[in-house]
Ligand binder design. Structure first.
Ligand code: HEM
Length: 155
């Protein structure tokens, strides 16, 4: 009889622990999802602000044949990029892609040097860091750059 009791109690304890583990995992996933959603809205917010500058958002078949861009790919001219050339609103084109790096400026490991690329085609600056080590940015920097992608540079 006592043995049966022990088995039941042990099973109950194990099941409770399992339940707690499942709740913990589900909660963690939810928090991560919420965090990534915040990042998304942060990066996409400036995009909507630019609606009055009328970014050319047409995903015309001709332009889209060139790459893997989706039908919603935003296209920006260098003139549009040039309208975002300050430290509080900084876009730059690098290798024909446009990035809104405003939120990254304060975290840039190379300090204010990044500001020299605001509002420009900054490909050369990004690849040569003339005011620093004169070396290209690392793979890590390139991966990070993808977080700030907002569209393609319209030629
Ligand atoms: C185009 C304008 C930019 C300029 C002129 C610039 C310049 C620099 C400089 C001078 C350094 C210090 C290290 C060194 O001298 O090698 C640096 C480091 C770094 N920058 Fe930039 N930067 C620019 C844009 C960016 C962007 C857009 C990102 C990423 C979103 C970025 C990410 C980093 C990272 C992660 C480092 C640490 C070193 C490395 O991983 O390469 N930078 N940058």
């Amino acid at each position: 009889m006592d043995k049966t009791k022990t088995v039941i109690i042990t099973t109950a304890v194990v099941l409770t622990l399992l339940l707690i583990a499942v709740i913990y995992i589900v909660n963690r996933q939810r928090t991560q999802e919420a965090a990534s959603r915040t990042v998304n809205t942060e990066t996409s917010a400036p995009q909507s602000e630019t609606e009055d500058t009328q970014p050319t958002s047409e995903a015309s078949a001709t332009e889209d044949n060139s790459g893997s861009s989706s039908p919603e790919t935003m296209m920006y001219t260098l003139e549009e990029v040039a309208q975002h050339s300050t430290k509080d609103d900084c876009w730059m084109a690098i290798h024909n892609k446009v990035y809104n790096v405003t939120d990254f400026i304060s975290r840039h490991p190379g300090g204010d040097a990044i500001l020299q690329g605001c509002g420009k085609d900054a490909t050369e600056l990004f690849e040569t860091k003339p005011m620093g080590s004169r070396t290209p940015h690392s793979e890590r920097a390139r991966e990070n750059l993808e977080n700030f992608y907002i569209g393609e540079l319209k030629q």
